[in-house]
Every structure is written in C-alpha cells, then in structure tokens.
Design a protein around this ligand. Structure first.
Ligand code: G1P
Length: 294
C-alpha cells in the first residue's frame, strides 16, 4: 500500500512587504481573518485532510507563529481562573492541533528555496506544501482533493484554477491536457509544461497554480540543481518543470473558493465573506453592511 502523506510544509519566511506597515513587526501569516490568523486556516485544512505533522519554514521576526501554536500557560491559567471555558477550549484546541516543527530560512530566496529547507524534516516521503496566503474554502478540503489524486497516480499534483488573462502574470501557469478521471473529464490534467509568472502573451493557458501541492521527494534534487528564475528567486515552478522530464505531474482544478489573502483587496473580500458566514457575527454584520450607503 502507498504510504500516507504525513507531512505538510508551510513556507512562512517571506517579508510580507505588501502589508507594510502592519507586517513590520509581525509576520503576515499572523494577520487575522476575522479572529483567526491566516496560517491557522491552512494548518486546519491540512489537519482536515488527514495530515498531522506540520513543518513551518520561518525566518527572522516570526516567533509569533511559534508562540501561536505553542501552549500559552499564562493565558490558559487566566482563562481558567476566570471561568472562561469556551475561550479556554478555543485556545487549547490551537496548541493541541498538531505536531509542529520549525526550520529557519535565513534568507528569503524564493519558494523553491523555502521548500528545500524542509528536506531533512521531510526525508524520503511524499509531502504536501501549503501557501497560507491562498485561503481556500471548500466542502472537501482542497488538499484532500489533491491527496486523492496523488493516492491514485502516485505522482506530484498541483492545485490549479482558471484566472482572467489580465491577472495571469501573478502566477505559475501550466500547459496541460485534460484527462478522464473518476468518470469526469473536467478537473484533472496532465501537465505538459509550466512557467512561472509569464507575460500574458507567453502564458500557455489561463490555468494558474494555486498554493497547494503534493510533492514527491525528488523535488529536492530538482530545486538544488536549478538557477534563480523569475524575480531572481529559486522558483518551485522551475524545479517542477525540471521534474517533468523524469515523471508525470498532474494538475487538479479543485472545487472551492480561493481567496488571495496575500493581496489587500483579496484579504478584505475574505474578511467580509468569512465574517458574514459566522453564526455569532454574520447577522449583525450583514445588517451593518446593508446600512452603508454604497
Ligand atoms: C507562488 C508561486 C506561484 C503560484 C502562487 C499562488 O507565487 O510561485 O507559482 O501561482 O504562489 O499563490 P507568489 O504568490 O508567492 O509570488
């Protein structure tokens, strides 16, 4: 039987320049959508997909992430002594969630470079990678959808979605051929080629890579052997393109809604929609929004 994917790598060493000054002294992964930090959405998605070992690749100034997933004795003591049982349970559920390891990426040299830092902790296994800027709301967690494909083909799988042509240069883009899977022919693709952040005129399709990957361990050698690419960074897309020479790679157009929380407008949209869906806030918030004269 194929061994289960047990580990998910979360690159979290970026400088978060798009959210300055909010990210001057706190990591962007800790910016809250309503009341939960961005990275926790991704971590919960990994857990709901059956993955319990989380590897976070951090950098300077990211200790808040480590504290967030750690036990906060003082806070728990305070909540307990004040009889705040619900809040205590919420706080405990964060530290009970997972088994987390941290590794440092000393310089932010790109996504590929960040993933390579996790090589020793991942070892010889297939693993997931999650970019927490991409928040995905889905009935079946997006990562679970990819893992199902991985378990079938035993190959790397990337999440993709169609994006408008004018936005294509913000993404890795795949050239891919649709293939039949589980009776349908509209979600699964076999990748022919891929390119990181192409000019619109060079983009081979409108299928953009979104921040969920299931990778096999050969990716580490590919990352080690490539030169810096787009933006002068070591790009994961370039390493995957190299891996394509030796094995098939699949793309899956996942079911669900993706929010680009790495962008201010995307972050605001996610905040509004997540708040509207909350039992404790939704109704009052909806009333408030309706009262605005827009
Ligand atoms: C990264 C990847 C890119 C992918 C994108 C998805 O880019 O390099 O291939 O399309 O995430 O969010 P970034 O947004 O970190 O520049």
């Amino acid at each position: 039987m194929l061994p289960k994917v047990r580990k998910a790598v979360f690159p979290a060493a970026g400088l978060g320049t798009r959210f300055l000054p909010a990210t001057k002294a706190q990591p962007k992964e800790m910016l809250p959508l309503v009341d939960k930090p961005l990275i926790q959405y991704g971590v919960e998605e990994a857990i709901y997909s059956g993955i319990q070992n989380i590897i976070i690749v951090t950098g300077r100034g990211k200790t808040a992430i480590e504290d967030h997933f750690d036990v906060s004795f003082e806070l728990e003591y305070l909540l307990e002594s004040r009889g705040k049982k619900d809040l205590l349970a919420t706080v405990r559920s964060v530290s009970d969630l997972i088994n987390v390891s941290y590794i440092r990426q000393k310089e932010a040299l790109g996504l590929g470079h960040a993933i390579l830092r996790a090589q020793e902790l991942v070892g010889n296994e297939s693993f997931a990678a999650v970019l927490s800027d991409d928040v995905i709301d889905a009935e079946t967690p997006c990562l679970r959808q990819l893992l199902d494909v991985h378990e079938f083909f035993r190959a790397p799988v990337l999440a993709v979605m169609e994006v408008p042509r004018e936005n294509i240069s913000a993404y890795g883009v795949v050239d891919a051929e649709p293939i039949a899977h589980k009776g349908g022919k509209d979600r699964l693709y076999r990748i022919r080629d891929m390119i990181e952040k192409p000019k619109p005129s060079d983009a081979p399709s409108n299928l953009a890579i979104i921040g969920r990957y299931v990778l096999t361990h050969e990716i580490f050698d590919c990352i080690s052997s490539i030169e810096p690419g787009s933006g002068g960074e070591i790009q994961l897309t370039d390493a995957l393109k190299k891996l394509l020479h030796s094995r098939p790679i699949y793309a899956y157009r996942f079911e669900g809604t993706r929010y680009d929380a790495g962008d201010k407008l995307g972050f605001l949209k996610a905040t509004v929609e997540f708040a509207l869906r909350r039992h404790d806030l939704g109704e009052a918030f909806r009333e408030y929004l309706k009262s605005l004269h827009l």
